[in-house]
Design a protein around this ligand. Structure first.
Ligand SMILES: Nc1ncnc2c1ncn2[C@@H]1O[C@H](COP(=O)(O)OP(=O)(O)OP(=O)(O)O)[C@@H](O)[C@H]1O
Length: 264
């Protein structure tokens, strides 16, 4: 199904240790009159799927925008792939799918990808040939080869999500930031998309930061950042969270932590 050939990547830090993909310290973001992120400190390890979970409005999108460098009024420390967030050199190393990604309905899947590839890496001749290869690979990565010549407007919701994901995969990014990619999808499509995230992380060593407000999706992540009202309630594995709170599900663990925070 998948056709991902890039070998897993490990990047050693100065002392031979692997630095996190994302490191935040006292990260604060102000939007309008509100402090939307309140002094967050956390690390996202490389090559794993980290889920950013929390109720609507808790600041997930703001955090993701900060990581990809499109958020104003960010203070504190935010390092991404060993660079300050927003550094131009990071642009080609991060793939970002927003909540409402643009896919052009009147273009085919391949034409959509070719358009975005040309924006990312313009040029004729060898550049165009490389783009063609990149596009073919990205379409195969998301298992849409059979639909490459279909108009995006005629695709199902799940297929459209995969087109957006293919756009984000174009430059073979080291970090994929996915903002609620499964919203509106039925359970089967959600499962397929999660399987795809796991394949991408395992085969390519890609770090994935994925947000959701659906708690059952938490169980599919290697690690979790549980957020509430601009703060991080927990930064742990699903297993450790359930054990620590003596809960059967991550949802129950989350509610336990909310109660605990309210009691303080
Ligand atoms: N321009 C703005 N001025 C003031 N507050 C804002 C502004 N933009 C967003 N906010 C507030 O910031 C908070 C965080 O928004 P954000 O979109 O990051 O949340 P979210 O967790 O991603 O929510 P959702 O899951 O609904 O997308 C929200 O409470 C929102 O109302």
């Amino acid at each position: 199904m998948m056709n991902i050939e890039t070998p897993p990547r490990t990047e050693a830090g100065p002392a031979g240790t692997t630095t996190p993909a994302i490191r935040a310290e006292s990260l604060t973001v102000v939007r309008g009159p509100r402090t939307v992120l309140r002094g967050l400190t956390f690390a996202v390890p490389r090559g794993q799927i980290t889920g950013l979970l929390g109720p609507s409005g808790c600041g997930k999108s703001t955090l993701m925008r900060s990581v990809v460098g499109t958020q104003a009024k960010v203070t504190g420390t935010l390092e991404v792939l060993d660079h300050p967030a927003g550094t131009p050199a990071l642009r080609s190393r991060i793939g970002y799918v927003t909540q409402n990604p643009s896919v052009y309905d009147d273009l085919t899947v391949r034409q959509n990808l070719e358009y975005f590839a040309a924006v990312l890496a313009p040029g004729r001749g060898a550049a165009a040939a490389r783009r063609h290869e990149d596009v073919t690979r990205a379409i195969a990565d998301v298992d849409l080869t059979a639909h490459a010549d279909a108009l995006a407007g005629n695709l199902s919701g799940g297929q459209r999500s995969r087109v957006s994901l293919a756009v984000a995969l174009l430059g073979a990014p080291e970090l994929l930031v996915l903002d609620e990619p499964t919203v509106g999808l039925d359970p089967v499509l959600r499962r397929d998309l999660w399987n795809l995230f796991h394949t991408i992380a395992a085969d390519r060593g890609t770090t994935i930061l994925v947000s959701s407000h659906v708690m059952d999706e938490a169980e599919r992540c290697h690690r979790l950042l549980l957020m509430r009202e601009g703060e991080i309630l927990a930064d742990d594995t699903p297993d450790a969270l359930r054990a620590r709170t003596d809960s059967e599900t991550v949802e129950a663990a989350f509610l336990h932590l909310v109660d605990e925070a309210n009691a303080r």
